[in-house]
Design a protein. Sequence first.
Length: 229
Amino acid sequence: NPGYKNFLDHELPEALKCGAPIIVSIAGSSSSEFREIAAYAEKRGAHAVELNLSCPHVAKMGLDIGADPEAVYDVVKEVKSFLKIPVYVKLGLSDKIVEAACKAEKAGADAIVAINTVKAMAIDIYSKKPILSAKYGGLSGSAIHHIAVRCIYDIYEAVSVPLIGVGGVEDWKTAVELILAGASAVQIGSAIAVKGLKIFKEVCLGLKEYLKLNGFSSVKDIVGLSHKL
């Protein structure tokens, strides 16, 4: 890991050439560390930052912070006090995810992102040991999709800031499901490994056709629609 400055000095400028808004996802172990990295990302041209308070298998970071609503508030408040660009807060699966989302909003978050991978384990039956050296890893993909849908649904009823849905988006149907639950946008990760970058075009075309066939003119028309029927 070359460190955040190396990435932001060399990789971010290349990403910015594509012309699309670039959101830099950052992680840290304290409010001051998040502030430092976020400020540098803003300085180097990021259009927004995402605070990763959701990685489930790194000690004293990620979900260890995100599962504590007060800690979420402190981190977001610290970063928002220094930045002018939007701050998105990515939360992971915990029994306090809705409370954490509310605290993030109260601290000034511009959007909530949910969820991240889910803490899981695989054991090699021949060595009889966990496959990963850290024992635990993050489970992603279709296995967590309906957990993500439920989390977005619950958070939507508790906050007023936009939501970004994450978890098992592998086609336009799974994207629509998260949008109906309350997401204004979705993230795609694991499906890229299976389908490649074409997944983005597939989802966009499928979503566009779904809207047309159902008499909607915009994605905004179906955001959170499952709450209103």
